[in-house]
Design a protein around this ligand. Structure first.
Ligand SMILES: Cc1cc2nc3c(=O)[nH]c(=O)nc-3n(C[C@H](O)[C@H](O)[C@H](O)COP(=O)(O)O)c2cc1C
Length: 217
């Protein structure tokens, strides 16, 4: 047990101001799809992963593992595999309305940023504590997703650009990152500095207003 960290009697107006300031900062986060190759120190990535590791998790199983990829060889292998998956996607259901929607948001089948950006993080979710464990980790996906939110926020506050990417070629990612079979790739997060030509697509600027995303009972 540890006593609850004491909260000096912060006046409510200060709490509101803190919340507003944080909200304004996170509102500036957007997905970047054009990265420069400017390096990002490993210490920033380590700290962001440490922040992710403070997330709440089902039964405190902390069912996450982050593989941090920076070597050019691994990034090239990643790009080749992801682009192959994406070509299948865009050639299949990509012919539908989805394609237009994703294009408006800036998504493309070609992913040069997977090689240009200095870091690509793969968030793995552990379906159980060990390969031989009989009990599944409860709420694994929810727990890993919250951890990824903290990771993204830390990187944003550190002044870096990120892109959350689906982690589709599941088995390939396990092999590339040398992760065991009971782990599942949940998310891919590209991290770096934005390139000079980076832009936020107009479609991404549209955010639902508070009265559409909240109700008060
Ligand atoms: C789980 C998840 C998967 C995503 N996958 C992709 C992806 O495969 N390719 C891509 O370009 N963007 C991807 N995105 C980014 C979204 O398109 C983006 O977050 C959304 O359009 C809102 O834009 P914003 O991040 O700039 O606010 C993904 C986002 C999430 C949360």
């Amino acid at each position: 047990m540890r006593p609850w960290p004491s909260d000096p009697a912060t006046p409510d107006h200060e709490r509101i101001a803190n919340a507003v300031a944080f909200c304004e900062r996170v509102a500036l986060r957007h997905s970047c799809r054009s990265f420069s190759n400017k390096p990002v120190p490993r210490a920033v990535i380590e700290t962001a992963i440490a922040a992710a590791g403070t997330a709440p998790s089902g039964a405190n199983r902390q069912p996450w593992h982050f593989a941090a990829i920076s070597s050019p060889g691994a990034k090239t292998a990643l790009r080749v595999a992801v682009e192959e998956e994406e070509r299948n996607f865009y050639g299949g259901i990509g012919g539908s309305e989805w394609q237009g929607l994703l294009r408006d948001l800036g998504a493309r089948a070609e992913k040069p940023y997977l090689e240009t950006a200095p870091w690509v993080l793969i968030a793995f979710g552990q379906t159980k504590a060990t390969e031989t464990d009989r009990f599944p980790n409860p709420h694994m996906t929810e727990s890993v997703s919250i951890a990824c939110g903290l990771l993204l926020t830390t990187l944003h506050l550190a002044g870096l650009a990120t892109l959350v990417h689906t982690a589709t070629p599941a088995r390939f990612l396990n092999r590339l990152c040398r992760r065991p079979e009971h782990e599942r790739p949940v998310m891919m997060i590209v991290v770096g500095h934005p390139a000079a030509d980076a832009e936020v697509p107009a479609a991404a600027l549209v955010r639902k207003p508070l009265d559409q995303i909240a109700s008060w009972l």
